[in-house]
Design a protein around this ligand. Sequence first.
Ligand code: FDA
Length: 536
Amino acid sequence: MASSMVFVLLKLTSLFCISFSVAASNSSPQHFLKCFQRTTGLLSTSNSNVIFTKNSSSYTSILQFSAHNLRFLTSSTPKPQVIVTPKHKSHIQAAVICSRENGFNLRTRSGGHDYEGLSYVSHAPFVTLDLHNLRSIRVDVKNHNAWVESGATVGELYHQIAEKSKSLGFPAGTCPTVGVGGHFSGGGFGTIFRKFGLAADNIVDALIVDVNGRILDRRSMGEDLFWAIRGGGGASFGVIFAWKVKLVPVPSTVTIFEVTRTLEQGATKLLQKWQTVADKLQEELFLHVVIGVLDATENSNKTVVVSFGALFLGGVDKLLTLMEEGFPELGVERDNCTEMSWIGSVLYYAGYSSDESYDILLNRTQTWKSFYKAKSDYVKEPISQTGWEGLWKIVLEDEAAVMILTPYGGKMSKIPESEIPFPHRRGNMFGIQYTTTWEEEEETGKHMKWIRRLYSYMTPYVSKSPRAAYLNYRDLDLGINSNNGNTSYAQASVWGLKYFKTNFKRLVHVKTRVDPSNFFRNEQSIPIFMPRGKGN
Ligand code: FDA
C-alpha cells in the first residue's frame, strides 16, 4: 500500500517538477557525505570540521551561530540535513555537485542576516553552505580596490581597509555583522551611498561557482550574469565565492550629529520639512531619520520620538553652513556635532563609541538576537500632516516599533534604473524600513499582525504600480514561489516587480540561461521561463 502510494506520488510530481522526484528518490546525508568525500578527496569528513550532520556535536551551535532571526530558530523550524562550512573553494564546488546529485536544496549563508531566514531554512530536504571560514580580504591601496571573500562581514571589510589606509572607504551597510555575500548581491547601502552609490554599484569583478560546479570570473561568466548578481540576489544564480570591489576616497575628517525631538517638541513639522530637503542636500551629507516609541515617564506620556542623524564627509564648519542653508528649522549647533575619522563614523553607526578600537568590528558574534519582522517602502511624494498623524497612532500601539527613513538622491539619482538589478533610483525621495522585535515566541502573531496593519495604512503614501520594496529587506508577505520554487513568471512577478521593477524580466532571462533546471531556488528566487503551456 505504502509503496504504491509513493509510486503514484512520484509519478504525479514528475509531471510537474523534476527536482522533487529527484529529492524524493535518494536524498540522504550519507550519500551526500560519500559524494563530498569522493569529490574533494577529504579522507574523513567527520574529522575535517567542514561537514556537520545532525549527529555532530557542534551541529546546533554552527547552525545557530549566525542565524540572526529567532523566528527561524524555533523547534518546529526545518533544519538542514547537512551543514557544510567550506575551507576552500573546492568545497563549495563539491557542495553544489553533491547537493544536485542527491536532490538536496542548497541554501548559501554568508552572514545569516536574511530577514526571512532563507539562508538556513528550507521546506525541502536541504544543505546549508555556511561560508564563514571563507573570509579573507586583500586590500590593494595603490589601485584602490580589494578582493573580499563572501563569508567576510562588512565589519571585517571596513577593518581591513582601515588597517591599510586612512583615506579609503567603502559604501556598504552600517551593521558590521552583515555578511558580504548576501549584502552585496542584494544591493547594500549605508551612510555614504548618496555620494558613492550602493555596495553593488562598486563591484568590478566576482568569482562564482555555477550550477555545474565551475568557478567563473567576470569574463567567463559574461556581462549578463555579472549584472544579475549585483543586486538581483546571489542565491538564484550560484554561490558567489568572492568579490572585487572599488574602494572610494574618504576625507580625513567626517562629522556626525544627532538631534532628537518628540511629537510634543514639534517632530512632525520637522519631518515634513525633512522629507522635502533630505534627498536634495549636497551628496556628501546623509541625514536619515529613526522613529521609535518613548515610554511614559513620571513627567510625560508615551510618545513618538524622532531622531535626525547625519554623517557629513567633511568638517563641522561646512556642515553647519549646509544645515543653515538647507534645514535651519532643525537648529543644529556646533555642540550637537562631533568630528572623527571615517572609521570612527563606522563604529558610531554600528552603535559603538567612535574612539573605541576598530578591532571590535572583527567580532562576528551577534550583538543582539531577537524575533523580528521587517517590511520596506519607497516614498516619491511628501507625506501629508494627516498622513504622519495617523501613522503615530499605529506606531504607538507597538512599543518595539522602529522606522528608519533613508534619504535617496545624490549619486543614487544619477545611476540609471537598469544599470544593475537594484532599480530604486531617480524619483525616490526616501526609503522606509519598518521593524518590530520581540522576545517570546508566543508574541509572534501580535507583532506580525501589527506590522501588516501598519504597512496597509501606508498604502496611499508610498510608491505604487509597483509598490516597490528593497530585496535586502526580504519580505515573504510580498509573495512566494509556489510548486517547490518552480513557479511561473506571472506568479513570481507579484513580488519580482516590487524588488526589481522592469529589471525582473532580464533577471528571468539570465536565470533561464545559467540555471535552466532551477537548482538554485528558494521562496523568492528568480524563476525560469517554463516551456509553453506550463504556466508562463
Ligand atoms: P544571509 O547569509 O542570510 O544571506 C542572505 C541571502 O543571500 C540569502 O538568500 C542567501 O542564500 C544569499 N547569499 C548569501 N551569501 C551568498 C553567496 N555567497 N552567494 C550566493 N547567495 C548568497 N542592508 C543594507 O543595505 N544596509 C544596512 O545598513 C543593513 N543593515 C542591516 C542590519 C541588520 C541587523 C540586519 C539583520 C540586516 C541589515 N541589512 C542592511 C540587510 C542585509 O543587507 C541583508 O539581510 C543581507 O541579505 C544580509 O546578507 P548576509 O550574507 O548577512 O545574509
